[in-house]
Design a protein around this ligand. Structure first.
Ligand code: EPU
Length: 418
């Protein structure tokens, strides 16, 4: 069993290259299904979820070649229409093939995703939105059977700006007949990236990045070459690392405009952060100040930043209250692990009260999801003795070279067997 061993590290210094965004590349790969022929994605991160999406596309008949930084995807005229349980179970984001398959073939058979460590995660908004476009669904033996004789554009008002529902709807609407208006659409930079790629493929989209997206359906899309947007959540991880360990870092490629609310919070905690034009430069004070944090859909503070902020608050001066509004059950699983490192955190419902202490205590802890795992590594930078993070496979799902990137800027981090 692999582990990441972290020892106290102070004064990180240097430059970290930020990879392409996990939460974009997976959807862009699914979007290639919309057009037969060879699409090429650049700035593709080396993460295991990309490998799973590649397997899924291969199961549908696509020819996928992954080389460092690039995915070449040749999509056939006729695709397999099933997303099997074995792959959806390993990666929930597989559900995002539903929209493109319905859009292009009017049929799909996709395994229902179960819950995960983030709690129950229904897909009711994906289905009701697609139903408004004319799709019908039956659920049998754990699979959704989707059919649509014709998809017709219409107005869809999302009850909540769900990232996944917006993406599935967009990818169905681009090949639907007529105009679809998605109201209360998600506004995340990854949605904007998807809209940009769809537009390059020939889709007609107005309002990308706003809460009203209008799509005029077209007959046919063409394959595309596109570069994946930088990963704001990966960038946030390194901002937290320098916040916890001290020092100064340049994050090459990070986009300040995609992380404004987080940057405001980190400045309030005492960090100095500036936009270098081609990235971010960040410097941490000797001691961080506590702040309160409330997670919200973009442009609010992302739920994915929260584990890093909790790790930072654990070693800050004062008390910070963190409120989770996106995932039911608070998405606080990793807090028990941080407590094992002597962090002083109490939770009640969707709130966590974090009382800062000067140093944590290294312990054996387990990563239960991608961001929680990275937050435990970050916390280990300020923990006496040794922190051994297990469950490394979760971290590998979403981080391209977390350990080498941290080690290159002076963190005492290694990856070991057993
Ligand atoms: N929701 C519903 N019904 C739906 C869809 C969503 O109730 O039909 C609820 C969810 O259960 C959740 C909330 O709405 O409580 C937000 O879900 P959303 O659909 O916005 O999220 P997602 O598309 O499932 C993506 C990211 C997550 C990130 C969330 C929120 C990907 C692959 N995943 O998930 O990222 O936390 O948006 O920003 O894009 C991660 O990267 O580790 C990760 C979990």
């Amino acid at each position: 069993m692999e582990q990441i061993i972290v020892r106290p590290s102070s004064g990180l210094r240097g430059e970290v290259p930020i990879s392409g965004a996990k939460n974009s590349v997976l959807k862009l790969m699914a979007a290639t299904l919309l057009a037969p022929g060879e699409s090429v994605l650049h700035n593709v991160p080396a993460i295991s979820d990309v490998g799973i999406m590649a397997e899924l596309l291969r199961a549908m008949g696509a020819d996928v070649t992954l080389t460092p930084g690039t995915a070449r995807i040749v999509v056939p005229e006729v695709c397999g229409l099933e997303a099997p349980y074995e792959l959806v179970e390993r990666m929930r984001a597989s559900i995002v093939v539903l929209g493109p398959l319905l859009g292009r073939f009017g049929r799909a058979r996709v395994s229902l995703p179960g819950g995960d460590d983030l709690g129950p995660r229904p897909i009711d908004m994906h289905l009701s939105g697609l139903q408004r476009l004319g799709a019908r669904f039956e659920s049998e033996h754990g699979y959704i059977e989707a059919r649509a004789e014709v998809l017709r554009g219409t107005e869809v008002l999302l009850e909540y700006p769900s990232v996944g529902a917006t993406e599935n709807l967009l990818m169905a609407a681009v090949l639907a007949k007529g105009r679809t208006v998605i109201e209360n659409a998600a506004r995340e930079p990854e949605i904007y990236d998807l809209c940009e790629m769809l537009a390059k493929m020939g889709a007609s989209i107005v309002g990308a990045g706003t809460s009203t997206i209008e799509v005029e359906g077209v007959e046919r899309l063409s394959p595309v070459t596109h570069s994946v947007v930088p990963d704001r959540i990966e960038a946030a991880t390194y901002l937290a690392a320098v916040g916890v360990a001290g020092g100064e870092l340049t994050l090459r490629g990070a986009r300040a405009g995609h992380m404004e609310m987080l940057i405001e919070k980190l400045r309030a905690m005492g960090m100095t952060i500036s936009d270098t034009g081609n990235g971010l430069w960040a410097m941490a004070p000797r001691t961080l100040h506590s702040v309160d944090v409330v997670t919200l859909p973009y442009p609010g503070v992302a739920t994915d930043y929260k584990p890093f902020l909790v790790a930072m608050l654990s070693v800050a001066d004062g008390v910070g209250i963190v409120t989770e509004n996106i995932f039911q059950g608070g998405r606080f699983g990793y807090i028990d692990e941080l407590r094992r490192m002597r962090a002083d955190i109490r939770t009640q419902g969707h709130h966590a009260v974090v009382r800062g202490t000067t140093t944590l205590s290294g312990a054996r802890v387990k990563a239960r999801d991608i961001r929680a795992g990275a937050a435990l590594v970050v916390a280990g930078l300020r923990a006496e003795g040794e922190t051994a993070v297990t469950g490394v496979e979760h971290i590998d799902r979403g981080y391209d070279a977390l350990v080498p990137k941290l080690a290159a800027v002076g963190a005492d981090v290694t990856r070991v067997e057993g």
